[in-house]
Design a protein around this ligand. Structure first.
Ligand code: ATP
Length: 312
């Protein structure tokens, strides 16, 4: 889990005092530790603002959640899920949560700043991504999802609005409010299903619609929708209302626009498969997905150090 940036008044002189320092409880941060800047965005229960930590001049994004509103709308559970999940995750492709604090009216989450906002904004601005940019972004999203799954977490609401971009234009998954931590069952293995309906219509997997249960592979379905959207400029399943969208999903009713790259077409059609077990990369074999010809040329070990391709 990410350690909270903290300050203590003690100085470290020798091993003994170092031990003493580590025993001193870390001082809880307050709003006075930050200079707040521009508003980065608004959610249904929160406002996210840019902030500078006055002690180290580092940039952050602080998510401010209105306590009364959260309680009134019965969202306490989701707020806690987001906090606990983010604290547990530590990966370059997942937004880091550094610390949390509160006052009488609000909860504050000190998050890694993603200066370049949402992936969706770039899809809208450019219309679509070329194959090379799509490959890079999908590879980053895929390794972030692989990591999240390795920690026993299903995201359950992957979509271009929940994929943020940092100052290097690298991917950062966010919005873990509807994530599910799979509980280890009695035999020590994770139960692999999470019951309850969450998600966004266009990216919802068929198993969630028909069986009301999501699994890790449901995130792979969403990934298939995202790959399609990056290249086509629109999600594969989009009806005139939610019901129409759901109908298209359960009937697997989608077509590729002219000019859609062949290898990407193959990849998408191996992810948009009704049986979650039959999706490429399902059942702990995400490596199979990485070996698909669409990813030919991706240097997986350099994915988080190489420069992002220029979007065009
Ligand atoms: P909802 O709660 O309605 O689903 P949301 O999850 O987008 O909305 P927030 O997490 O509060 O709500 O985010 C609000 C906006 O702030 C989003 O549009 C997002 O683009 C932006 N944002 C969130 N986190 C960061 C961050 N770490 N860096 C930069 N911008 C962020």
């Amino acid at each position: 889990a990410a350690a909270a940036p903290t300050t203590t008044s003690a100085t470290v002189g020798d091993a003994a005092s170092a031990a003493a320092v580590s025993a001193v409880p870390m001082r809880k941060r307050t709003l006075a530790d930050y200079r707040l800047g521009r508003t980065l965005g608004e959610g249904s229960y929160s406002t996210v603002v840019a902030a500078v930590d006055l002690s180290n001049r580092r940039d952050y994004a602080i998510k401010v959640l209105d306590k009364r509103h959260i309680i009134r709308e019965k969202k306490v559970k989701y707020v806690n899920i987001e906090k606990n999940t983010l604290y547990k995750l530590d990966h370059p492709g997942v937004v880091k949560l550094y610390s949390t604090f509160q006052d009488s009216s609000s909860l504050y989450y000190v998050l890694e700043l993603c200066q370049n906002g949402e992936l969706l904004t770039y899809i809208k601005k450019l219309g679509s991504f070329d194959e090379n940019c799509t490959r890079f972004y999908v590879a980053q999203i895929l390794t972030a999802v692989e990591y999240v799954h390795s920690q026993g977490v299903i995201h359950r609401d992957l979509k271009p609005e929940n994929i943020l971009l940092d100052h290097r234009m690298y991917v950062k998954l966010t919005d873990f409010g509807t994530a599910k931590m799979l509980e280890p069952s009695e035999d020590g293995t994770e139960s692999d299903r999470a019951n309850s309906f969450v998600g966004t219509a266009e990216y919802v997997s068929p198993e969630l619609l028909t069986e009301k249960a999501a699994c890790k592979s449901s995130d792979l379905w969403a990934l298939g929708c995202i790959i399609y959207q990056l290249l086509a400029g629109r999600p594969p399943f989009k009806g005139s209302n939610e019901y129409q969208t759901f109908q298209k999903i359960v009937k697997l009713e989608y077509t590729f626009p002219a000019g859609f790259p062949k290898t990407a077409m193959d990849l998408v059609s191996r992810l948009l498969v009704h049986d979650p077990n039959e999706r490429l990369g399902a059942n702990s074999t995400i490596d199979q997905l990485k070996q698909h010809p669409f990813f030919a040329g991706v240097e997986w070990s350099e994915l988080w150090t190489q420069p992002a391709p220029r979007l065009m």
